[in-house]
Design a protein around this ligand. Structure first.
Ligand code: FNR
Length: 477
């Protein structure tokens, strides 16, 4: 069976070297050719030459000479070389390609895929592209304040980290690295129920504002215990995921028979006999969900949750105005407009398209009762009203600072990112996650400056134009 080097994805036994350079592979100068031969010779004997460092998970091979040479001779050793490592990463999306090179296929596919046709996956990005700006000019933007407050906690920017499961598959430091990066950036990390580090372990990484994402198991004692542990460990809020009574059909996971590697476990459930995932004929995660997750979950359980914790509850996975109303009636402290990164029901709208419905139309009693207000005026007022009652957040497809601005202009109080974290983690560990947060921060700050906004409250609906707006007269600022 072929094994894969954990770091650079070289496989052993190695694949046959490509005799001719492909068009993408530039012909290297002579000294690089000589070094390439050395590297190939090395890769042909790519058995571990010494014991891997303790952080390298056992099923993967560690080949130090190859790593050194590969990162030195960047272009064209083999299709799988660490080519992109030497290039400067200039935007968040680039980490995906690096992660693809570095990670075992099963892991990369698990992180990257969406459900079924992946229409919503694409739409989560494309819907952002269809929103244009109406920037204002000749405004003093020499000082820009991006700070904001989420559920009473002050953070440096409205960009936060969404829960993504099993981060130690991406990097041995997994959730620790993410927690440290979020804390260094002065923002919030949400830890997944299905993390490969426990709530206590993440809390031990140092100070930071952290939320805990909750999946509700059939066994409510397990849930109650976990929520109490999160609270004791200093987590500040629960993000209750409500869009996963069953796992969406992710075909890559089915093909790969996805399963959590045996050297890892769902740390929060270790000791409860729920920390491991069995190999299945389909996706191991889908059968785990079918066995453990409570499909009967309903609005009354949002109330039940409030009886076992004092932490505020964010309902994650709302995409309609109707459910926003119900969430508020059930005592939610906030809403996360999310389609689970397009991994659950395919053909739901992009979250950025659903946002205005949730944040605005939900709160138009004046419009519903026909008070004499123009629709445009009413919507602008109503976004403010929504933010006054409960904050509305968004995740799904946010990859640029411009996306953050567009979400805020449509009524979000902040956004969360999912895949950029696991991809950058795979590429560069904690440094990668820090860089993702910094790049988004810089881009968002630039967008604010170029739109004429010096603080978040100055970002308005009139700074953008959506498809729905086209054909309507532009409102005056
Ligand atoms: C997720 N998401 C997720 N959501 C959740 O509530 N609990 C979880 O454990 C996970 N795990 C998870 C793993 C991976 C690999 C992905 C990509 C996503 C969904 C996540 O919180 C968020 O909603 C999306 O990732 C946001 O979309 P983007 O930023 O990935 O496009």
């Amino acid at each position: 069976m072929r094994k894969q080097c954990w770091r650079c994805t070289s496989s052993w036994p190695p694949p046959k070297a490509n005799p001719k350079p492909t068009p993408e592979m530039p012909i290297p100068p002579p000294f690089l050719i000589v070094l390439s031969f050395v590297a190939l010779a090395c890769s042909n004997s790519c058995k571990p030459t010494k014991e891997p460092p303790s952080h390298i998970p056992s099923p993967y091979i560690y080949c130090p000479p190859l790593h050194t040479l590969r990162s030195f001779i960047s272009p064209g050793i083999s299709e799988q070389g660490c080519k992109t490592m030497s290039m400067e990463v200039t935007n968040v999306m680039e980490y995906e390609a690096i992660a693809k090179q570095k990670l075992p296929k099963m892991v990369f596919d698990y992180y990257a895929s969406g459900a079924e046709d992946q229409w919503t996956l694409q739409e989560n990005r494309e819907a952002f592209w269809r929103i244009l700006f109406r920037p204002r000019i000749l405004i003093d933007v020499s000082k820009i304040d991006m700070t904001t407050t989420v559920l009473g906690f002050k953070i440096s920017m409205p960009i936060m980290i969404a829960p993504t499961a099993m981060q130690k598959m991406a990097h041995p430091d997994g959730e620790y690295a993410t927690a440290r990066a979020a804390s260094a950036a002065g923002t919030i990390m949400t830890l997944s129920s299905w993390a490969t580090s426990s709530v206590e372990e993440v809390a031990s990484t140092g100070p930071g504002i952290r939320f805990f994402q909750l999946y509700v198991y059939k066994d409510r004692n397990v849930v109650a215990q976990l929520v109490r542990r999160a609270e004791r460990a200093g987590f500040k809020a629960i993000a209750l995921t409500v869009d996963t009574p069953r796992l969406g059909r992710r075909e890559a996971d089915i093909k790969n028979r996805f399963v959590l590697p045996p050297f890892l476990s769902l740390k929060n459930f270790e000791g409860l006999d729920l920390g491991k995932m069995d190999q299945a004929n389909e996706s191991g995660l889908a059968s785990y969900v079918a066995g453990q997750i409570d499909r009967t979950l309903s609005w009354k359980d949002v109330k039940w949750l409030q009886t076992i914790t004092t932490m505020p509850i964010l309902v994650k996975g709302v995409i309609t105005a109707e459910d926003t109303r119900l969430a508020i009636q059930s005592g939610a402290a906030g809403i996360i407009v999310s389609n689970h990164g397009a991994r659950q029901l395919d053909y739901v709208p992009a979250t950025i398209s659903a946002l205005e419905e949730v944040s605005a139309k939900t709160f138009i009693p004046e419009a519903e009762f026909g008070i004499l207000l123009t629709k445009q005026w009413c919507q602008i007022q109503v976004v403010k009203a929504a933010q006054g009652r409960v904050p509305v957040f968004l995740d799904g497809g946010v990859r640029r600072g411009t996306d953050v601005f567009k979400a805020l202009a449509l009524g979000a109080s902040g956004i969360f990112i999912g895949r950029p974290v696991v991809f950058s983690l795979a590429a560069e560990g904690e440094a990668g996650v820090r860089k993702v947060l910094q790049m988004l921060r810089d881009e968002f700050e630039l967008t604010m400056a170029l739109s004429g906004c010096t603080s978040l409250k100055e970002i308005t609906r009139n700074h953008i134009v959506t498809e729905a707006d086209r054909g309507r007269p532009f409102p005056r600022l």
